[in-house]
Design a protein around this ligand. Sequence first.
Ligand code: PBG
Length: 321
Amino acid sequence: MIIRPRRLRKNEVIRNMIAETAVNPDSLVYPMFVVEGEGIKEEIASMPNQFRFSIDEILKELESCVAIGVKSILLFGIPNHKDEIASSAYDKNGIVQRAVRAIKSKFPALYVITDVCLCEYMSHGHCGIIKDGDVDNDPSLELLAKTSLSHAEAGADMVAPSDMMDGRVAAIREMLDANGFSNTPIMAYSAKFASAFYGPFRDAADSAPHFGNRKSYQMDVRNGREALHEVELDLEEGADIVMVKPGLAFLDVLRQTAEISNVPVAVYNVSGEYSMVKAAAKMGWIDENAIIRENLIAFKRAGADIIITYHAKEVLEKGLV
Ligand code: PBG
């Protein structure tokens, strides 16, 4: 035998020397939930160690996050008021807008990305205006664009539309540019699948649809080629970053997206992926830290530049990457 790959696996020094993949801690984005009220830090039952914070509490929490090296958060709002036109999504004094102002004034260097969607703000829990029992695409675009603008005005560093309406990147770009925010980037949830892996998030954000499902706007999990079409459209419409979501069950799509994209690629390690790791760890069935690390490496190896993950804080705290 001449060729023996095991020669380069002999010890840790040589293994580290030839390691192809490393996760950059600065590429981790930490998703967080903010609610109305004061003094609230409520653990999300299906997502151990993730919380709904009121603004005063999120400021306290961010103190420790920033201290351990969290550079960026993805913010989700849970409003008190929901209606048929998602009016608190684009209210200047909505929960996200107030939270962003408070966060940016206390932590100007923290990079704040806002999730732009309407489902948390709609009484029916869908991601757009309902007409004849389905989400009506084009009228929803205006609300998404208005919401993005209100986030930018509040001081958001980047907006991230997660609704999967056709044409929303262009609509948001146009609205931002017309109002002096041509330098605010858009991270598009481009290949977002209608996935059961979002289950725990919908508990967390109280955003489950009250009738039907999201399959008429989010992608069919069986389709890979269609995901690339979505990515191409978002690139044409001016997306600054494209995203694949969920991550683990869609690594093939992530790899293909990384191959065709000429902008950075993000992956969302979603709630269900997080909760499964936490549940198995709690049962004592897996080595939690090793699994988290392996998952993050898988995203990186598949081509992700940015990893959005609920594990971000613990990864930095424990020095897992
Ligand atoms: C809003 C939104 C969802 C997630 C991110 N933005 C839920 C959904 O589409 O139903 C899921 C995130 C996660 O599961 O961690 N549309």
